[in-house]
Design a protein around this ligand. Structure first.
Ligand code: ADP
Ligand code: MG
Length: 305
């Protein structure tokens, strides 16, 4: 008799979801990014009991088609990526179709959405990737409101670990308190903008470990394309790490003359080569050091031990 068995699908899904959404603030980040991808200009976030009882993100974006409700919480279902080659010029934060699916495996999800051309909104309740009943008409303004209730109800150990609501609430608050970044150089012909949340001290090894698994808090766009490369991540990371800090949210945009850049994109890994790279990265690092000390009020970097 062999000893290897296939894990039941619901166990696999719940474990995978727990990886993607380690904490309530990960879920909020995913929902807010979806709102931004939907072109929202106003986003409202509501949380109860640090997001464990309920977390809700409402936006005025383009809304979800009624027909799409069927797939919206299914894993690897997305409206943002259609074919493999599209990976080379993604302009959105998300494209893997994992966030809502994951959420529906660790929470009870309700979606109310209205597109500008619809006469009314529609809503649906989701559990484990699926609609629990057919969608039904509902009141609602153009845009989308997603509510997740009883987060981690089926992961009791995780839920208990989150008992310190104060710390979770603070993490959410810090994540949503974003500072705009803006740096321009006529000499080096680049424009650097972005948003970064208030850094927090990553004091204990345990927390650092948890945060490592929070794999996608950095979004990097070069000339509007989402790139999976570390080029802009490095200087920011360095400044944070030398001070023992961590950011919950970080979105970075670099605009650079197309003639000075060579984006050699492989769908899973992008290498970006541009003229005067060292100088540009150096300026961004110096600028971000200033933001961290002057705006966020953290001290100069300590000498490495
Ligand atoms: P991804 O963002 O990677 O596509 P998600 O699981 O986060 O995957 O979302 C799945 C799909 O649901 C999106 O592709 C999008 O079509 C739709 N969606 C999610 N949130 C919103 C929103 N706030 N407004 C409009 N559409 C949304
Ligand atoms: Mg998404």
């Amino acid at each position: 008799m062999g000893k290897i068995e296939r894990l039941p699908e619901d166990v696999v899904n719940r474990m995978a979801a727990g990886e993607v959404l380690a904490r309530p603030c990960n879920a909020i980040k995913e929902l807010v990014e979806n709102s931004l991808d939907a072109g929202a200009t106003e986003i409202m976030v509501n949380v109860q009991s640090a997001g464990l009882k309920s977390l809700q993100v409402t936006d005025n974006g383009k809304g979800i088609d009624r027909e799409d409700f069927e797939l919206v919480c299914e894993r690897f279902a997305t409206s943002k990526l259609h074919k493999f080659e599209d990976l080379m010029h993604m302009k959105t934060y998300g494209f893997r179709g994992e966030a809502l699916a994951s959420l529906s495996h660790v929470a009870k999800v309700n979606i109310v959405s209205k597109r500008a051309t619809d006469n009314c909104a529609y809503q649906g309740n989701f559990l484990d990737g699926k609609l629990v009943a057919p969608t039904r008409p509902s009141a609602g303004r153009t845009g989308t409101c997603i509510t997740a209730s009883d987060l981690f109800y089926n992961l009791p150990t995780r839920r208990n670990k989150m008992a310190a609501h104060g710390e979770e609430s603070k993490a959410i608050y810090d994540m949503l308190t974003v500072v705009p970044l803006s740096l321009e150089s006529a000499a080096l012909k680049f424009k650097f903008t972005g948003n970064v949340s208030k850094p927090v001290a990553s004091a204990t090894a345990k927390l650092a470990q948890q945060r490592k698994s929070n794999r996608s808090f950095f979004s990097v766009f070069i000339n509007g394309r989402s790139v999976r490369c570390d080029i802009l991540k490095h200087p920011i990371d360095e400044v944070l790490q030398t001070r023992g800090l961590f950011c919950q949210f970080c979105s970075l945009h670099l605009e650079i003359d197309e003639t000075r850049i060579d984006v050699n994109v492989h769908p899973t890994k992008s290498s970006v080569i541009f003229l005067e790279k060292e100088e540009i990265i150096g300026e961004i690092r110096a600028y971000f050091e200033k933001v961290v000390t002057e705006i966020f009020g953290f001290e100069e970097a300590k000498e490495a031990e």
